[in-house]
Structure formats: C-alpha cells, structure tokens
Design a binder for this molecule. Structure first.
Ligand SMILES: Cc1cc2nc3c(=O)[nH]c(=O)nc-3n(C[C@H](O)[C@H](O)[C@H](O)COP(=O)(O)OP(=O)(O)OC[C@H]3O[C@@H](n4cnc5c(N)ncnc54)[C@H](O)[C@@H]3O)c2cc1C
Ligand code: FES
Length: 547
C-alpha cells in the first residue's frame, strides 16, 4: 500500500510519525451511498463513526490526508476535566447548574473512552492519573481558591494542596484527581479497526471538495450520498461565516525532552495562564509518556498566539521560551521533538457539537475544541449519534452550535474585530517586499508590479509562488516559519507552501504559479485587493448598528 501523507514539511510530533502512521485504507474511487457520512479522520470523525457504527448504522469516513494527520496527530492527549477556562468564570456565563453539567460531560467522556478501550482491547497506553493546577505569576493569588470553590459547587472532587507534586519550586496547587492520558495515534488505530469490524468504511487521501446535506463530491469527482452528514474537519469546511465568527484560532507550541524514569510522579500539570497577555491567556500544559527502558519523555506545551499573528516572539523564540520554562521546573535532558498545532477557542469557551446552524437537520458539526478536544470530540460524537438515532441526549442544548450567550459575546467581538481590522489595515496600507530580499528557507508576501504573491524559497533555492489571498474570505496570508505554511490571521485557515489547504474553514487550495510574472498577472492589484478588509469593516459596522 502506498504511503499517504498530506503535503507538508511541518515537524512531526511524538505521536504522528513514520512509526505510528495508520496505513492500509484506500482512496475513494467509486460512487457510494451510506446512512452516515463523516468528513474528517481525526478523533472527532472516528469517534462519531465508532458510535454510529455501534448503533447499527452504515457509516463511511473520508479523510483528505492520512488518519490523524490533522490536529489529533499534534495533540498532547491529556483527557481532562481541568478545562482551559476556569469553572468560576464559566459560572458567570452558564450558571452553576450548567457548569456542573459541563464538568459531568467531560468526566463521562473520559469514562466512555476508558470503557471503549477495554471493550475493543485497544493498546493505547491509557492511564488514569492526577493533575495539578498551579498559579501563573501574573494571576491573582485567590484564583486557585475561587476555582476550588467552583469545582466543589459543580460536584467535583478537589483539594487545595500546599505544594505542587513534581515541581518543588511552585507553591500551592489544586488537585484534579482521576484525569487520564493516552497515545492518540494508537487510540485512533484502535477506533479504525473497531469501525471496520462493525462494517464501516474508511477512505483516505480523499478530499471532500463539495459538501452539502446530501453528501459530498470528492476532488477526483466521486460522490457519496448519505442520509446524514457529519463535518468533523476541526474548523468546519462547510461553513463560511456562522461558526467562524463565533470562534478564534490559536497556534500552540509543544516540545518534548528526555527525563530519567522514576524521577517524576505520574501526573499532569498546568499553570493558570498569563492573565496579562492581551492575545488571550496562554498557559503551560505538561505530561509524560514512556520512551525507552531508561527514559520517559516530558511533553510541555504553551506559548499560544492567534494564528497568523506571531507577535513579539518568532516561532523559534517561542520554542526557546517553552524550553526555558520547562527546564526551570523539570529535569529534562535532550529535546527530542518540537511541533505546533491549532486550537479553536469558542466565544463562550465550550465546544460546538451538534446540528450545523442554518443548514438542513441532517447536517452536523464538531468544532470549537477549546484545546480540550479529546473529550469534547467524544462528547460531540455521542450527541450526534443520539441525534441521528433520535434519542435524547442531556448535553444536546448545552453544546448546540446555534447557541449564543450574550454575556460572552462583547469582549470576544471587540477583540476579534479589533485584531482583524488592525491586521488587515497593516497589510493593506503596507507594501509587499521585493522578491530579491527573499533568503533561503524563507517565506514572505512579495510585491511584483504592484501585485502581491506568497513566495517561499526552499533551502536549495527553489521558489514556490502562491496567491497571497486566503480562499475562505480573501484575507492576506502570513508566513509561518516553523511549519513552512501560509496562515490566515482572520479565521485560522492554513496552506502548505505549495498551496494545499491544511486547515479550514478554507476548503480550496491556493493557486500556485511557476513564475513571478504569472503570479502578478493572475493576482488582483494591491489597490483593489482590499476585499477582505472591506468585508470585516462591513461586518464591524453592521455589529455596531445592531447594538
Ligand atoms: C498542540 C496541541 C495540544 C493539544 N492538547 C490537547 C490535550 O492535551 N487534550 C485535549 O483534550 N485536546 C488537546 N488538543 C486539542 C485536540 O488535539 C483537538 O481538539 C482534536 O485533536 C481535534 O480533533 P478533530 O478530529 O476535530 O480534528 P483533526 O484531528 O484536525 O481532524 C480533522 C480531519 O479532517 C480532515 N479534513 C479537513 N478537511 C477535509 C476535507 N475537505 N475532506 C476530507 N477531510 C478533511 C483533516 O485532514 C483532518 O485529519 C491539543 C491541540 C493542539 C494543537
Ligand atoms: S480563514 Fe477566513 S479569510 Fe482566511
């Protein structure tokens, strides 16, 4: 079987590498019909396929790269009730009762995964372990106390400890017992096997180009018609506006380093996040995983920033800062891996799981992972399976993608619109750089005869030219030096340097060109290419008028 990979030169994670690639599934090469069609072969799509196939429905999954080649291959795979947003903050939006329901849904998702692993005999290094939340230096001293009280109100077990087990230099911490972790690619492999055993079909290297409530048409022109369609592409690629105005995309960085076995307790660790950071509140998240007879790997993530807005530190500096933070707290030796991935932060902090708004009733989405996608995607899979089977689910309305919490909307829109307008203004009032300023292994937006193109020159001097406009809503793209990709600052779409779409909501590749002249003559001129900026201005003034 030919190895199938998505075109990308992105660094591989601890999990998604040659050793753990899931092989053996074909590309779609005929027209098919099914009960349930799922677009996306990450944890959301495969969990849904598993639930739906277990309920006796005929299911097909299509994935445009390899299984796990999206964010699931880049995760740190902590299975937690310790969410990124503090429970005491969620109470102000959802109230105490629904905040308790949120906590319960994550507890149940972990138990569901544990039972599934046992039932299907999946060898994926699943283990239960405790987690510790400690204070970021920029956070208020009483933050842990407030969180403890909210945890107790939501029916969870916790305790405020005088220290942070495993990190003697940190002070108090809040205990989250019975969290879990696993190897995400081994879990996906187990899900794939179980889906196939239950009669499901999986197609890889199959891009769903056209998606609607009746099914899909693949990039090779084959169709699959279905009674129900689930779009599990992380950012929903069947949605142009509705969902992407309700969430923002962030890039998160991860390193792993060798640590001698037995030195650290088995645990998960998090800090409460940088409350003074105006681009969100990036926090650190840490776990370990087995490596060899002598060492484990300590995996640490953080340094998040909005996609396409690198801010004051470059991608490499972010990895360096992460390493410094980790070395200051943990006895790590050689760094083995560095990678980054994308998380989607919903405006009210919890995921969107269920029927796709403004669509037919048989179209469903799983998005807005909030950095907690292992459990959210599992909760989403179960809600959607119940909707398809017309069975009640107690979390359906809580996570309905059509919901809108006014209390959570103000600061969100202000930040999102302000950021986007600023970014776009910068791009449209500034000039692209000249092609001859482009160094080896560098990417830039360049200006050719008054037209903009995305240009990347690889280490051997080969030039790759693409359109500089995102295929979602035409914002101008930014270069991501670590992933060697073109990233969109508006809603987080990403493209490889050769133009293939890597992350939605865009679902179309960028146009690529052989010569600078071809790119210039195909691109809109700078004077007229401010369509994205004007669109955002229109939305902003529309929102102002609504208030
Ligand atoms: C650095 C990092 C650390 C994280 N750590 C944690 C953690 O510790 N715990 C936790 O719970 N969560 C964590 N998350 C979040 C979690 O990894 C994600 O929420 C989850 O993996 C998302 O799964 P998914 O199936 O929705 O998306 P993906 O895994 O991205 O799957 C979507 C798939 O859809 C495919 N696709 C897209 N468009 C098409 C199309 N048109 N046709 C066919 N296929 C298509 C893509 O190729 C992709 O494989 C982390 C995320 C990151 C980036
Ligand atoms: S992701 Fe929306 S314009 Fe690029």
């Amino acid at each position: 079987m030919k190895e199938i990979t998505k075109p990308s030169s992105a660094p591989s994670s601890v999990w998604y590498n040659d050793k753990n690639k899931i092989m053996g599934f074909p590309q779609l090469n005929s027209n098919l019909e099914t009960d349930v069609l799922i677009v996306g072969g990450g944890i959301a799509g495969l969990s849904t396929a598993y639930c739906v196939a277990s309920s006796g429905k005929k299911v097909i999954v299509v994935e445009d790269g390899a299984i796990g080649s999206g964010e699931t291959g880049k995760t740190t795979a902590q299975l937690v009730t310790a969410l990124d947003t503090r429970y005491y903050k969620m109470e102000t939006v959802f109230g105490v009762a629904d905040t308790a329901l949120i906590a319960e849904s994550h507890q149940q998702a972990i138990t569901f995964i544990e039972d599934l692993i046992r039932r299907e005999k999946i060898d994926c290094e699943f283990e239960r372990l405790d987690g510790y939340l400690f204070l970021h230096p920029h956070d208020q001293q009483d933050s842990l106390l407030k969180e403890r009280d909210a945890l107790l109100r939501s029916g969870q077990t916790t305790a405020l400890l005088e220290n942070t087990p495993g990190i003697p230099t940190e002070g108090k911490s809040l205990l989250f017992p019975m969290q879990a972790q696993f190897h995400p690619m081994k879990y996906l492999l187990g899900l794939c096997k179980a889906i196939v055993e239950k009669g499901g079909q999986i197609y890889v290297n199959t891009h769903a180009s056209v998606i609607n409530h009746t099914g899909i048409t693949s990039d090779k022109g084959f169709t699959i018609s279905a009674k129900h369609i689930v779009v599990a592409t992380n950012a929903p690629v069947n949605d142009t506006y509705a969902m992407m105005l309700k969430q923002t995309a962030f890039r998160s960085y991860v390193i792993s380093g060798l640590v001698k076995k037995q030195i650290l307790p088995k645990a998960l660790w998090w800090d409460t996040g940088d409350q003074q950071n105006e681009n969100g509140q990036p926090y650190h998240y840490v776990r370990t995983t087995a490596y060899d007879d002598d060492f484990d790997l300590l995996i640490c993530g953080g340094e998040d920033h909005p996609v396409g807005v690198i801010g004051e530190f470059s991608e490499n500096e972010r990895f360096e800062r992460l390493e410094m933070w980790t070395r200051a707290r943990f006895p790590i030796e050689t760094i083995t891996h560095k990678w980054s991935g994308e998380v989607l932060i919903p405006m009210d902090s919890i995921a969107y799981l269920g029927r796709n708004p403004f669509d037919k009733k048989n179209a469903y989405i799983i998005t807005g992972d909030a950095g907690i996608g292992m459990t959210y995607c599992t909760i989403g899979a179960r809600i959607i399976c119940d909707l398809i089977n017309d069975v009640g689910n107690r979390y359906e309305s809580l996570y309905a993608p059509s919901r809108f919490h006014l209390k959570a909307s103000g600061p969100f829109f202000k930040t999102v619109m302000g950021d986007i307008e600023g970014i776009l203004h910068k791009w449209f009032s500034g000039k692209g750089e000249q092609l001859d300023t482009l160094g080896l292994d560098e990417g830039k937006i360049i200006e050719i005869e008054g037209h903009r193109c995305g240009a990347y020159k690889d280490a051997s001097g080969h030039l790759f030219l693409v359109s500089a406009e995102c295929t979602h809503l035409k914002c101008i793209l930014c270069w991501n030096a670590s992933e060697k990709s073109w990233d969109c600052p508006c809603h987080g779409s990403r493209f490889s340097f050769t133009g293939e779409v890597l992350n939605g909501p865009a679902n179309e590749n960028l146009k690529s060109y052989d010569t600078p002249q071809a790119c210039a003559s195909a691109s809109e001129s700078m004077a007229t290419s401010n369509s994205g900026y004007n669109r955002i201005k229109q939305i902003r003034s529309h929102l102002k008028n609504k208030r």
